[in-house]
Design a protein around this ligand. Structure first.
Ligand SMILES: [Zn+2]
Length: 94
């Protein structure tokens, strides 16, 4: 098995470690090198930035109530330091 691969995008031959893993490809690596993948992801983000930010905000707001509930549950089950017998910083040490 070859330890190098030619990128589908920039056509440079690079070591396999310069390609992200991809289980479904025969050689187990992506067709485009990491540099090209990162450049594509950046370009895609720049192009779709407003939509991506709206999606992220929607997701944040959707999950907000669930996060609050979870935190309430956690706080209710958690013992305070006083219940654990740990003296508060303001209390003199015996
Ligand atoms: Zn490339």
């Amino acid at each position: 098995m070859s330890l190098t691969k030619t990128c589908d995008d920039c056509f440079e031959t690079k070591p396999l470690t310069d390609f992200y893993p991809h289980a479904r490809n025969l050689d187990g690596r992506r067709g485009k090198c990491k540099v090209c993948m990162i450049a594509r992801a950046k370009a895609r983000y720049e192009k779709n930035r407003p939509a991506i930010l709206v999606q992220a905000k929607d997701r944040y707001l959707e999950q907000r109530q669930a996060r609050i509930e979870k935190m309430r549950e956690y706080r209710a089950t958690r013992k305070t330091s006083k219940q654990q017998g740990v003296p508060h910083a303001s209390e003199p040490l015996a």
